[in-house]
Write a new protein. Structure first.
Length: 134
């Protein structure tokens, strides 16, 4: 039986860690099951070019708007913009279909409308300061 060396122990630990990482990337049966987290995501079918639908509403006394944009800015030809009281709220869609904003960056939500609502809640009445994207 070969002697256990530090190199072999580290190699085995790396292999186990890599295997565990692959398992966390694979969707679990619970998330794929009806009623699981994947079912909670809204369907984007029927939306303009696969994007979210536009919205314009007052939420907790603040006007929130969202719409598809074309050309200019950091969108490079297309994207989606969200505004709180006329000031742009920088939002980004994640690979899993969730959305985050510069205000609630660590709390992904299902739609840009939810990102705008979360920002209003987080701002607690404070004005949104424009975000200077590079």
């Amino acid at each position: 039986m070969p002697e256990l060396t530090r190199r072999r122990a580290l190699g085995a630990a790396a292999a186990l860690a890599a295997g565990a990482g692959v398992q966390t990337l694979a969707p679990s049966a619970a998330s794929a099951a009806p009623g699981g987290p994947a079912a909670a995501r809204p369907s984007m079918a029927g939306h303009h070019h696969g994007g979210p639908e536009p919205f314009d509403e007052v939420f907790k006394g603040r006007r929130i708007e969202g719409r598809a944009v074309t050309g200019g800015g950091h969108h490079h030809g297309g994207g989606y913009s969200v505004f709180v009281d006329g000031v742009e709220l920088h939002v980004m869609s994640n690979a899993d279909g969730s959305w985050i904003s510069v205000v609630s960056h660590y709390a992904p939500v299902p739609t840009p409308r939810d990102a705008a609502r979360a920002a209003v809640v987080e701002l607690q009445g404070a004005p949104l300061v424009p975000f200077a994207a590079n």
